[in-house]
Design a protein around this ligand. Structure first.
Ligand SMILES: Cc1cc2nc3c(=O)[nH]c(=O)nc-3n(C[C@H](O)[C@H](O)[C@H](O)COP(=O)(O)OP(=O)(O)OC[C@H]3O[C@@H](n4cnc5c(N)ncnc54)[C@H](O)[C@@H]3O)c2cc1C
Length: 474
């Protein structure tokens, strides 16, 4: 066992893609005396078994910048480090079935143009040219992002680890962090199986274990919930063997699943409506490089719809089923920023698509840690948005719901009923009886407009039913 050094500037706890990316980007910002500690091997939490998809299509400017940086980085890391990442630039298609999907596509297209990520809204005929196997019934359009792809999560993490080591960072594997304490000097003492290390900054990048690591410094119930997620890989298919160009990743809201080519076969991963959280009483520290027992009953319906959409799935057998824990939060955004009430204790965890986001999270959080600010607005990723008010029950209900909404078109001003009502003021009921329509905002029920009693907003990308009421109020 390698004994750990006694002092450093910063310790990252956890060697998944988020922790390693942060380490790599901190070296790029000029910090060299930094350390990462991993209890198993690099990637041995959730990263090693991920499907590796890296989409650009997201409806937030800041998040789109995060995704864009990851993809750009994964494409060029081999040139820098000599370690291949396995990135395949096959593009993606997000299918639309209704007018609201297309309205949302136009909204996202504006963001893609602003960020500089190529994207186009294409017709069913154009879909057929890019993906000859998709059945088109019911489909009205697709959002095409040609620079999307998928990467090999382990190789990509290892490439960043190589870059970080080249930049001066040190990585200690097979060494669990057992406790973390703040010293009277304000420095942190990190206790590990192989010795203690004193540092200025600590980063919780412990993936599924981020609530346990948070607890070490007094953070109660960090709202990161492990959801069970599957994907299945088929045997090779003769029609795919003949293809000259790789098929794009297809995201199908009807199946609530991603469907893509994997080698000469196919891969399908559903976000089932009957979603299930896992390890709600806490993680076992021994969980390492492990998969969960598949629960095919819960995902069967989604597989059937997806396999009907690309019927080639039905011609060949399944050769591999991957089932593992995936972290989700109540709003499905990860945590990247300072932990509430703690100086120089940072969070880089709880990502549900951490492969797609890992590169960008590392870049922008490293800027924040080193320079006190980052190029993008990190508000939507701030850990402090939740921790003072969120309960475990709320975190589980909302995170489970968010998992099922992975491919549901989000609507403007949408306020979802799950976990409601939140904290109310003494005049909540009185205003409600007068027709107040409420929004959930940072733990509170907040009236946003007055309609007729019992009225709800009918969400729309155009003027909703709120318009005339708000007009009158104005
Ligand atoms: C089946 C499946 C498919 C997926 N497919 C995709 C996909 O296509 N695209 C995508 O973007 N995402 C995908 N994901 C999600 C992705 O895997 C995660 O978002 C990502 O791996 C999270 O990375 P991480 O670094 O936060 O966590 P992890 O990879 O879990 O890393 C955390 C590390 O911290 C270590 N650790 C914890 N506690 C301690 C401690 N006390 N001391 C030392 N070390 C500690 C753990 O051992 C672990 O290695 C998928 C997930 C699943 C389950």
């Amino acid at each position: 066992m390698e004994k750990i050094q006694s002092h450093t500037k910063l310790v990252v706890v956890g060697g998944g893609i988020l922790g390693v990316s942060l380490l790599y980007h901190l070296t790029k910002e000029g910090w060299k005396d930094i350390v990462l500690i991993e209890k198993g091997e690099l990637t041995s939490g959730s990263t090693w078994h991920a499907a590796g998809q890296c989409p650009h299509m997201v409806g937030s400017y800041n998040l789109a910048k995060v995704h864009q940086h990851s993809t750009n980085l994964y494409k060029q890391l081999e040139k820098e480090t000599g370690q291949a990442t396995g990135f395949h630039e096959c593009g993606s298609l997000r299918l639309a079935y209704k007018k609201e999907d297309i309205d949302w596509f136009h909204y996202v297209k504006g963001i893609m143009d602003n960020v500089g990520s190529p994207a186009e809204i294409i017709s069913p005929n154009e879909i057929k040219k890019i993906h000859p196997f998709i059945r088109l019934d019911g489909i009205v359009a697709a959002f095409h992002t040609p620079e999307d792809g998928h990467t090999d999560p382990t190789s990509t993490t290892n490439a960043m680890a190589k870059g970080a080591r080249n930049g001066g960072a040190k990585i200690y594997r097979k060494n669990r962090v057992t406790n973390i304490k703040q010293l009277p000097s304000g420095e942190w003492k990190v206790f590990t199986e192989n010795g203690d290390i004193t540092c200025e900054h600590v980063v919780n990048a412990a993936g599924s274990f981020c609530p346990e690591v948070g607890e070490m410094v007094g953070l109660k119930d960090v709202p990161s919930i492990n959801m069970i997620h599957h994907y299945l890989v088929t045997e090779s298919h003769p029609e795919i063997e003949k293809l000259k160009k790789e098929l794009p990743v297809t995201r199908d809201p009807e199946a609530s699943a991603y469907l893509r080519q994997e080698g000469k076969g196919l891969l399908i991963g559903p976000y089932e409506k009957d979603a299930k959280a896992w390890a709600l009483d806490g993680m076992d520290w021994k969980f390492d490089m492990e998969l969960l027992e598949p629960e095919l009953d819960r995902i069967e319906k989604h597989l059937e719809i997806g396999m009907n959409r690309i019927p080639q799935f039905k011609d060949v057998g399944i050769k591999k089923i991957i089932c593992g824990p995936i972290t989700h939060t109540p709003d499905d955004n990860f945590f990247a920023g300072p932990a509430p009430g703690l100086k120089n204790f940072w969070m880089a965890c709880a990502a549900s698509v951490g492969i797609a986001q890992g590169g960008g999270i590392g870049k922008y959080l490293a800027q924040w840690i080193v320079h006190g600010d980052s190029e993008i607005n990190m508000l939507e990723f701030e850990p402090r948005r939740y921790m003072s008010w969120v309960t475990k029950k709320y975190a589980v209900e909302k995170s489970t719901d968010q998992y099922t909404r992975m491919y549901v078109t989000p609507m403007p001003s949408e306020s979802i009923d799950v976990g409601r009502p939140m904290k109310t003021t003494p005049i909540y009921k009185k205003l409600k009886d007068m027709g107040a329509v409420y929004l959930d905002s940072y733990g509170w029920e907040k009236p946003i407009w007055f309609g007729k009693p019992g009225m709800k907003e009918e969400y729309s990308f155009k003027r909703s039913n709120a318009f005339s009421y708000v007009q009158k109020e104005c």
